[in-house]
Structure formats: structure tokens, C-alpha cells
Ligand binder design. Structure first.
Ligand code: ADP
Length: 593
């Protein structure tokens, strides 16, 4: 009875693993990670079968016979665990074909050496355990065990590192920790009893690692059932996705033949072609010039490895209709060999039509605002002039009450004049969208200070400006207007402190970020967006005069230059207006945050 305890120590875990193996094969969705895990369970099963049988054998010869059959189990577990860890954590460079050869080849060699030997002196006899395998002097056995420990330690590190990386995703982290813990305990135990003991201390090992490894299979199996997270993308069939996609997907070979087109693309571009027939990419463009532009601006760079996004062009449908296309292109490589280009194209004809209509109506509106405000100036000027005359020439003939009415009318007329002036300025920005010259912002600053000299003196304001950059392709007049609006607001919305305004610019790589910082009344966070909307004011005209257009003008100028403008509060009161200007205009997409 006592002799049965030792075989049962490996037989019971073997039964458990058999159960897991059958369950995996029958009921778990087939993906690469579970396949590798299945292999691990199978190899562990073989190892445990070996341990069980060896403990039941009477002679060393029969034990050797069975060991030579089953030893693939214990030899194969370590590389499979390592492979599993890499696959599970998506360490792609470790499961390329070459890496897999490197992972498995040493173990195949070890296995062949092992099987080739017919030496029974691999066994030490100990009561109960019966035959215990010990590394033989002068063979590769010790080296093999060192290899095994390196692989499992590697797997433990990879799994814990992954769990750490997933620290913000609770379910993934728990699953990874469960699996890592499942391998960590048998690893420590195995290294002590099966490597340190026989290889370093030259004592017979204690063959319980196969039983302990059941912890790994059980932990992985349970976490797989509980968290069910093994790479879902492996379960999704790529062809089904492509077939259902409402985008045109093409694969173009390096010699510019279309070697794949998805059903949607086929329907739009090439229905009459038979399936699988290659055709030239140039044939789907609306004209040769579109194709030529595509070839130099998108095809050539993407073949060099640059990812192209949002490229605009025009295709021709199978019925000859032109469609506007927005496409992206990416190089497909496999094992460092260029396979072709993946093009994903969207038909944006409807969208660009709407955009064109919108642009047209915007232009019309701008023109309308311009003409209306321009034409309103003249009658308004006449009205205020004659009211003014009335005030001066008839001041003795009319009573005080009538005089008061006239003054109110003159004031309103003046306000209206300011408003019309600002609306005109606003509509002029779109009309003057020539951003061609380079602008030295230091010179612009000097001009602004000169223009605001009177207000600056009156308010005894202090203006501090760092050395500012020279901007490429900008409209100097608009830049002056921008700084002037921001600076005069800084003076107008001052607090009871002496106004202090600081202007500086920071180099943020692709763009400059300017800041105009004041110590005025500040803007409540709630209104930080609102102040940039036309006619939006936070104060009454009696508190602070104004039209509510100044900041909208700033916004329009900056957007026309491909930048962004926003406002933030300062800790010590007041606010800072920030705006960005691209350093290399025409490449704004790089710079938007
Ligand atoms: P206006 O000054 O003619 O009212 P703006 O468009 O220049 O129009 O400004 C909109 C609103 O934003 C202002 O009414 C004011 O309330 C607020 N504002 C602008 N600049 C500042 C500033 N530097 N400090 C505090 N509030 C400001």
C-alpha cells in the first residue's frame, strides 16, 4: 500500500490533466494560445505518466524502456510554456518562424541525445520512488536542465511583466497574475528539487515537479474559463470582416497590380471582372493625372514604409461615374519581404458635395455680411453727422429733454458704427486669406505697442515681451490685429492692480505656442469657450464697452493660419490666452493636438 502513494502522487494529477485536455479539445474555441496550452497539458500528461510508470517498475531496464518513450513530456514542457507565455502576452518577435526554431531546436536535440542513450545508470534507486532519473556525468543532461530552468524563468518574467503592463485593465491583469502565479510556484519548486539538488549539490532529485506543474494547467484553465480573454482577434475570420466592410479594401502588388479587392470594392469598381483576375491600379482612377499624383504622393512613399492617411483622390466606378475618395495606404510585409500595399478607401462623394455646398453658402454669407456692413456705413455716417449738427446748431432752440434724446441717439449711432466696423473686419479676414510672407513677430509687437501707446500710458501698464519668433507664410496685418486685440483686452479687462501683460512664445517642435498673460479680472472657466463666439460678451456695455467680436476675429485669424486658440486662468488671477501657429505651414495635421 505504501508503495502506491508515490505512483498516485503523479497518477492523480495525470487524471486531472486528462480531464482538462479532453475539455479543451471538445469545448474551448480554437485559437493559437489555447492550442499551445493544449499541447502543454498533453506533454505534462506524458511526463506524469512516465513518473507513474517508473515508480511501478521492478527493474531499471523496464524503467528505462518507459522513460525513453515518455521523456518527450518533461523535455517538451519548458519550451511550450515559454512559447505559450510569448503568445499569450503578444510578444510577436518571439513567435516568428525563426524564433520558434530557436526555442524548440535545442530541446529536440536534447531529446534525441537522451533517447539514443541506452544507459541504465541514469537511475538511482530509492525506496518508494523506485527509480529516480539523475543527470549522468559527462552528458548533456545537466545542460538540458539548465536550459529548462532558463526557459521557465523567462516565461515567469514575461507573464509577470505583462500583468504589470495590464495594471489598469482589471480582468486582464487578474488573468495574467493567475497564470503567472500558476507557473511561478512549480518553477521555484522544480529549480530547487530537480536542478539545484542533482546538478549543483549532486544529490538525487525529488521528482515531484510534474505533479506541481498541474498548478499551472489548473490555474491557466480556470482563468481561461473565468476571464475568457484569450486573444479574441484570433477567433474573428479576416475574410468575413473584409466581406462585410463598407469600405473599399485593395491589396496592390509592388508592380502595381491589384491582387485583392474585397466584395464591396468589387461591387463599386470592378464588378464585370472575374474573381481573382489581376488588374492595374491605374485603371481605377478617374484620370491619368489622378493616378500620377497618387503614384508620386502616396504609392511611392508608402512602398518606402511611410504610412499614408487621409489622401484625397478620385476613382472611376464600373459605370464610369467619378467618386471622391479618401484613402490610407500601408505596406504589408511578411518575414521582412514586401508583399504589397494595403489600401483602404472610402467613398466621400456625398460628404465632399455637402462640404462644397457649405463652403459656397459660407462664402455667400461672408459676402453678404461684408456688403451689408459696408453699405450700412454711409447712411449711418449721415445719420450721426446730422444728429451731431442738430445738437450743435439747435442747442439754444430745443429744450434739455430733446437734447438728451439726441445725445442718446448719437451714442447709439457711435456704437453701431463700431459694430459695423468690427463686422467688416471680421468678414475681411476670410477675404484676405493670403498667408504668404514671413512675419517677424517682434516687429509686429513694436507696431502694436505704438498703436496702443495712448491706452498704455493712461493705464500705466507694463508690457513685457520675450524674443518672439519669425513666422513663415503668415499674414502680418492679421498677426498685428490678433496681438492688438489680445493686448487691448488685457488693458480693458484690468483689475484694480496696475496692468501687467507678458507675451512669450515656446518652441513645441512642429509649432510655436504663443501666450499673452495678464493680471486682469480673469475669465470664469465656464465661459472659456463662449468668449470666442461672435457677439458673446460677459459684461454689459456700461461696465466695459465693446462689441463681442474681438476674440472671434482672433480665432478666425488663427484658424486661417492652421492653429488653435484657447484661454486659461492664471493661479495669481487674470488669464492667459494661448495660440499656436504651425512652423511649417501646410503640414497642420502634424501639429493639431
Ligand atoms: P469685447 O471685448 O468687445 O467685448 P471680445 O470678443 O474681445 O469682445 O471679448 C469677449 C469677452 O471676453 C469680453 O466681453 C470679456 O468679457 C471677455 N474677455 C476678453 N478678454 C479678456 C481678458 N483679457 N480678461 C478678462 N476677460 C476678457
Amino acid at each position: 500500500m505504501e508503495n502506491l502513494v508515490y505512483p498516485l502522487l503523479s497518477f492523480i494529477p495525470a487524471l486531472l490533466n486528462l480531464g482538462i485536455f479532453v475539455y479543451l479539445v471538445l469545448f474551448v474555441p480554437r485559437v493559437k494560445t489555447t492550442d499551445i496550452f493544449c499541447f502543454f497539458v498533453l506533454f505534462l500528461l506524458l511526463w506524469q505518466a512516465e513518473d507513474t510508470i517508473v515508480r511501478l517498475c521492478d527493474t531499471a531496464d523496464t524503467a528505462l524502456f518507459w522513460v525513453r518513450i515518455f521523456c518527450i513530456g518533461w523535455g517538451g514542457c519548458a519550451p511550450i510554456i515559454f512559447h505559450f507565455a510569448c503568445r499569450y502576452t503578444s510578444l510577436k518577435s518571439f513567435y516568428t518562424r525563426f524564433s520558434l526554431v530557436c526555442i524548440y531546436l535545442p530541446f529536440i536535440l536534447f531529446y534525441l541525445l537522451y533517447v539514443a542513450s541506452s544507459n541504465t545508470n541514469i537511475f538511482t534507486h530509492r525506496s518508494g520512488w523506485n527509480w529516480i532519473v539523475t543527470p549522468r556525468q559527462g552528458t548533456a543532461d545537466g545542460l538540458q536542465r539548465l536550459f529548462i530552468s532558463a526557459y521557465v524563468i523567462g516565461a515567469v518574467i514575461i507573464l509577470f511583466r505583462y500583468a504589470f503592463k495590464m495594471r489598469n485593465q482589471k480582468r486582464k491583469r487578474l488573468q495574467a497574475l493567475f497564470i503567472a502565479g500558476g507557473i511561478f510556484i512549480p518553477t521555484v519548486q522544480g529549480i530547487i528539487t530537480q536542478i539545484v539538488y542533482p546538478v549543483i549539490l549532486h544529490k538525487p532529485d525529488i521528482p515531484i515537479t510534474s505533479s506541481f506543474l498541474t498548478l499551472f494547467s489548473v490555474a491557466t484553465f480556470l482563468s481561461m474559463r473565468k476571464y475568457n480573454l484569450f486573444n479574441i482577434s484570433e477567433s474573428v475570420d479576416l475574410m468575413t470582416v473584409l466581406a462585410n466592410l463598407k469600405n473599399i479594401v485593395l491589396v496592390v502588388s509592388p508592380n502595381q497590380q491589384i491582387i485583392y479587392i474585397n466584395p464591396y470594392g468589387q461591387e463599386i469598381l470592378a464588378k464585370e471582372r472575374t474573381d481573382g483576375e489581376e488588374f492595374s491600379i491605374s485603371s481605377i482612377f478617374a484620370s491619368l493625372s489622378y493616378y500620377n499624383a497618387f503614384a508620386t504622393e502616396a504609392l511611392a512613399p508608402s512602398l518606402d514604409g511611410t504610412r499614408i492617411t487621409d489622401y484625397v483622390t478620385v476613382f472611376k466606378t464600373r459605370s464610369g461615374k467619378k467618386i471622391d475618395i479618401l484613402l490610407s495606404a500601408e505596406l504589408i510585409t511578411n518575414n521582412k519581404q514586401v508583399q504589397g500595399l494595403l489600401l483602404v478607401a472610402n467613398d466621400v462623394t456625398e460628404l465632399s458635395g455637402t462640404l462644397r455646398d457649405l463652403e459656397k453658402s459660407n462664402k455667400e454669407l461672408e459676402q453678404f455680411a461684408h456688403v451689408a456692413s459696408h453699405d450700412l456705413q454711409e447712411p449711418l455716417r449721415k445719420m450721426t453727422t446730422y444728429l451731431h449738427r442738430l445738437e450743435i446748431e439747435y442747442k439754444d432752440k430745443i429744450d434739455e429733454k430733446a437734447m438728451k434724446y439726441i445725445r442718446i441717439a448719437v451714442n447709439s449711432g457711435n456704437q453701431m458704427r463700431n459694430l459695423i466696423h468690427d463686422i467688416l473686419e471680421y468678414s475681411n479676414i476670410a477675404a484676405n486669406n493670403e498667408n504668404s510672407g514671413s512675419t517677424d513677430m517682434n516687429e509686429v509687437m513694436e507696431k502694436v505697442i505704438k498703436t496702443l501707446a495712448l491706452q498704455l500710458e493712461e493705464s500705466r501698464a507694463q508690457i513685457v515681451s520675450n524674443r518672439l519668433p519669425v513666422l513663415q507664410k503668415t499674414n502680418a496685418t492679421q498677426m498685428q490685429q490678433l496681438l492688438q486685440n489680445l493686448l487691448s483686452n488685457g488693458l480693458k479687462y484690468r483689475s484694480d492692480k496696475k496692468p501687467y501683460i507678458k507675451i512669450y512664445a515656446e518652441d513645441l517642435g512642429e509649432y510655436w505656442r504663443f501666450a499673452v498673460e495678464d493680471n486682469g479680472i480673469g475669465i470664469h472657466p465656464e465661459y472659456r469657450e463662449k468668449v470666442f463666439v461672435v457677439f458673446q460678451r460677459l459684461h454689459s456695455k456700461s461696465q466695459y464697452p465693446g462689441t463681442g467680436i474681438g476674440l472671434s476675429i482672433c480665432k478666425k485669424i488663427i484658424e486661417q493660419h492652421g492653429g488653435r486658440i484657447w484661454v486659461d486662468s492664471n493661479v495669481e488671477g487674470g488669464c492667459t490666452f494661448f495660440f499656436t501657429v504651425p512652423k511649417y505651414p501646410g503640414r497642420e495635421d502634424l501639429h493639431m493636438q
